[in-house]
Design a protein around this ligand. Structure first.
Ligand code: CA
Length: 222
């Protein structure tokens, strides 16, 4: 999952980005409205955490523009606790949910998980399942045939991306776009190396057919 954090208070923006990265998200940060629109023009995001009160282009305008350009991106708007009118306007401008400032980082992550569950099958089935592989996004836990598998953040992010698209071919570009942030170098073999390590962890020592297949010239399929 790739997120954009839009927040002009640098310490808050950086603390939020750090916490989200620790939890397996790829995160870009924009410190004002112009940067936010630039980032959204460059990259597809799965969700945007958007502070309403921004210098330059205000949060409401950013919200409307992102909503139009990226209809499937979730927008979580951050407003002052007392500003009920802002929340209503934010929801009207296309935000999916709002969070009052100051917010708790655990609550932020719970809200994000709730957004990602929305209108998807996992609303009823929060644990993702593929054959003998289970991935629990709420606890970031992966098991195969009941055996827990320890993955690093990137490996977890890759597997979650696959498990949310079990029938699709996923290209290296898709993974770079959604599991890495803008620091990723598109010309390295980093995706290939991470897939190789992930495959080893989820396949070696287990009975049954291996998971994650190479589709020559196109990418991978779970
Ligand atoms: Ca602000």
């Amino acid at each position: 999952m790739r997120l954009l954090v839009v927040e002009d208070e640098t310490p808050i923006a950086d603390a939020v980005a750090r916490a989200l990265r620790r939890n397996g998200y790829a995160v870009d940060v924009a410190y004002d409205g112009h940067q936010a629109l630039g980032a959204a023009a460059d990259s597809d995001y799965d969700a945007v955490l958007l502070d309403l009160n921004l210098p330059g282009v205000d949060g409401m305008t950013v919200c409307r523009e992102i909503r139009t350009a990226q209809p499937s991106c979730y927008i979580l708007m951050v407003t002052a606790r007392s500003a009920v009118g802002d929340r209503i306007a934010g929801l009207d401008a296309g935000a999916d949910d709002y969070l009052a400032k100051p917010f708790d980082l655990d609550e932020l992550q719970a809200r994000l998980r709730a957004l990602f569950r929305r209108d998807r099958a996992e609303a009823r089935q929060p644990v993702l399942e593929h054959a003998d592989l289970l991935l629990d996004p709420a606890r970031q836990r992966v098991t195969r045939a009941g055996v827990e598998i320890t993955l690093n953040r990137k490996e977890y992010g890759i597997l979650e991306y696959f498990m949310r698209r079990p029938d699709r071919i996923v290209s290296q570009e898709d993974l770079l776009e959604h599991v890495w942030d803008r620091e990723a170098d598109p010309f390295t073999n980093t995706v290939r190396v991470h897939i190789m390590k992930l495959r080893r962890k989820i396949n070696d020592g287990f009975d049954g057919p291996p998971h994650i297949h190479t589709v020559i010239g196109r990418g991978y399929r779970l």
